[in-house]
Ligand binder design. Sequence first.
Ligand code: IMP
Ligand code: MG
Length: 215
Amino acid sequence: MPIDPPSSGSPGSPNRGEVRTVPTWSPTVARHNGFVHHVDDPDLGDVVVGQDQIRARIAELGAQIGADYADDPPLLVCVLKGAFIFLADLARAIHLPIEVDFMAVSSYGASTRSSGVVRIVKDLDIELAGRHVILVEDIVDSGLTLTYLRRNLAAREPASLEVCALFVRQGNQKTQEELRYVGFEIPPAFVLGYGLDVGERFRNLPYVCEYRGAG
Ligand code: IMP
Ligand code: MG
């Protein structure tokens, strides 16, 4: 029996069954698909890590975590806001019954430099005592945020505490934090996309690129 092509819905009906796949992101593809995006923004520079590279690396990280924690499925602690997209993809790449929780910290304000002052804006809901915890971070720059968070979470007496950072900026660390899982080491430039922002903009770019604006 022939299968009808997916319908794009009719007025008044929910838009179900529509399949729209977007291949690797580029300004041309974005325009072709009718997305209104930041593609022509002069603040955006060269792509540093592409969408396919990110996807492939997260699959590897997920497999590694899956193997390392096979007997003790971890609790992933996502540091908002920057790590929200990474957490969503990483969680699905780990084939174990994990749990997730979220905390929000603020360290930069709207600037591109760390103030070194970390503020917990939202704390966790789940108790960490006795849990195997993986702190999921977007990017480690000076390392000051991570040092603060690690100390804060360690005080809650988890059974173990490791860090998974998608990006580490080379040569900027002011503290020596042990990072069990790292996605990519990236050059010194400030970057945007895949959760990373400047003044709350650009988080929804599906790749990571340099920031050319003032900051
Ligand atoms: P650190 O305390 O200097 O290590 O900075 C860590 C936090 O600053 C990260 O969790 C990000 O939220 C933010 N951050 C650091 N570098 C960048 C960047 O290149 N783009 C966007 N946000 C960044
Ligand atoms: Mg930020």
